[in-house]
Design a protein around this ligand. Structure first.
Ligand SMILES: Cc1cc2nc3c(=O)[nH]c(=O)nc-3n(C[C@H](O)[C@H](O)[C@H](O)COP(=O)(O)OP(=O)(O)OC[C@H]3O[C@@H](n4cnc5c(N)ncnc54)[C@H](O)[C@@H]3O)c2cc1C
Length: 451
């Protein structure tokens, strides 16, 4: 910080004035700007990209899972781990029920899918963005894109506005909604974190949290694009199971993704760090493709198929039980792990017929179908993350208003907050609630400052 800034004096520049300046037109900033405007404030919304909501548009695979329709507040809060209790207050004002009502009343029909995930009926994230653009438009918010905020202006205890490249903007209240660090190509490059650190806030180092996993096995590229609605996923250190969960899994060219994996990512990387510190091999991720069957039942199912079609190739039979690319990999793995005493398979995998399958090989195939292991190498980089953990600790923000406890007139919302959450609409729910409260409070603070 320069001496001039520390004293709160600045060189003369072109200057404009607003009640509220919102920095960052992602979901949190759009909601904050609209709410401040409906409360009567003159609002300027600044966005460095050429358009608003770039990350919102790619959310939920372009369909935007815009909230989670969990109506039990305690259950909802529990999804946010230890930081969740801070959300009671904003969720009391803009919880999932109010969010659904907000979007429906702005002309966006929605539907609720499995695990209470809410989507626009159009299956297009653009419908969500359109509601927000109409909302700020109705409130006469000035949206200025292609405009990068360089710094905050402030004196020793109050925010005064923002600095752009060649001008300054005076404001009684500033809402910082510049996002976290996930997918920096969408504009969230952590600018707000450096400003808040300069104000004396702590910023927990953001790390990718909901992020895919890179595995050691090169052959995983063969499986790229295969998706499974519900697998049992176990995280293992050697033969010890550390945790188990059920969820969707997607194979990628580098490893594993999908909500079931994303939600486990932090646990997996912690287990890897622990294993490394103790000199143990890296953890493995074990997938059970038949989670509703026990091993005996699956073995009987395979035996029945083998005896029903004794002249068919084993591979063909497995391809009727699993997606063909996966069936071939399961077979290759089972054959590769055949040690001594496992019986003669009678040829290469392509040639084995059902009647030739020895018991040991059949058992190994069943084992691979229910314990298909991949070895953890690393988490993918932030470029792949859906959410990055870290940000401003919840105890440094007054969640009744979303105002900084260190600098009056400064409001913080959305992904800037250090709140862990799973996938399933929980991230955007934070954005709507904290953005809404930040916008209303910013308008309120500006009117008080005006007298
Ligand atoms: C691939 C993907 C899929 C996702 N899917 C879902 C989902 O289905 N459901 C869900 O709940 N969550 C989902 N998320 C998470 C969700 O998108 C984020 O939680 C949400 O976008 C965060 O909103 P935000 O407004 O806090 O920040 P952002 O959306 O990151 O917006 C911040 C904005 O600030 C702007 N900005 C940054 N610095 C400056 C500056 N110096 N000056 C001016 N402007 C600046 C950026 O350009 C950006 O537009 C997904 C995320 C990703 C990456």
């Amino acid at each position: 910080m320069t001496a001039a800034r520390a004293r709160g004096t600045y060189p003369a520049m072109n200057s404009e004035s607003y009640d509220v300046v919102v920095v960052g037109a992602g979901p949190a900033g759009l909601m904050a700007a609209g709410a401040a405007a409906t409360a009567g404030a003159r609002v300027l919304l600044l966005e460095k990209n050429r358009g608003p909501g770039h990350k919102l548009l790619i959310s939920g695979g372009g369909r935007c899972n815009f909230t989670n329709a969990e109506t039990d507040m305690h259950r909802l809060i529990s999804r946010y781990d230890t930081a969740g209790k801070a959300l009671f207050s904003p969720f009391a004002r803009m919880g999932p029920a109010q969010v659904l009502e907000f979007f429906a009343s702005h002309g966006m029909p929605y539907k609720i899918e499995d695990n209470k995930r809410a989507f626009p009926c159009s299956d297009k994230s653009n419908s969500v963005l359109q509601v927000l653009l109409d909302y700020i438009d109705k409130g006469n918010v000035t949206l200025r894109t292609h405009t990068t905020v360089k710094a905050l202006r402030h004196d020793s205890d109050r925010v005064q506005g923002v600095e752009l490249e060649n001008s300054t903007i005076h404001a009684e209240s500033v809402v910082v909604s510049t996002g976290g660090l996930a997918r920096p190509d969408t504009g969230s490059t952590g600018d707000g974190f450096s400003w808040l650190e300069q104000m004396g806030h702590r910023v927990v180092r953001p790390e990718p949290s909901l992020v895919p996993v890179v595995v050691e096995e090169d052959w995983v590229t063969e499986l790229q694009g295969l998706a499974f609605a519900e697998l049992r996923i176990s995280l293992r250190l050697g033969e010890k199971t550390i945790t188990k969960t059920d969820g969707k899994v997607l194979f990628t060219h580098f490893g594993l993704s999908g909500p079931g994996i994303l939600n486990l990512a932090t646990r997996i990387s912690q287990a890897a760090a622990d294993a490394h510190n103790q000199g143990e091999p890296a953890p493995t991720i074990s997938l059970n493709f038949f989670p509703t069957l026990d091993g005996g039942s699956l073995d009987r199912q395979l035996q029945n198929a083998l005896s029903a079609y004794p002249r068919r190739r084993l591979r063909t039979i497995l391809e009727s039980m699993l997606p063909p690319r996966l069936a071939r990999r399961v077979l290759a793995e089972a054959l590769a792990h055949s040690g001594s005493g496992t019986g003669n398979t009678g040829g290469t995998d392509n040639e084995i017929t059902a009647s030739e399958v020895p018991k040991q090989l059949r058992k190994r195939i069943v084992a691979r179908m229910q314990d298909f292991r991949l070895t953890y190498r690393e988490l993918q980089s932030e470029d792949w993350a859906v959410v990055s953990s870290g940000g401003v600790p919840t105890d440094e923000i007054d969640f009744r208003s979303m105002e900084s406890k260190l600098l009056r007139g400064l409001f913080v919302c959305g992904d800037m907050l250090n709140i862990d959450r799973p996938s399933g609409g929980y991230s955007l729910q934070i954005c709507w609630a904290t953005g809404y409260v930040a916008g209303l409070s910013a308008a309120d603070a500006a009117s008080v400052a005006h007298g």
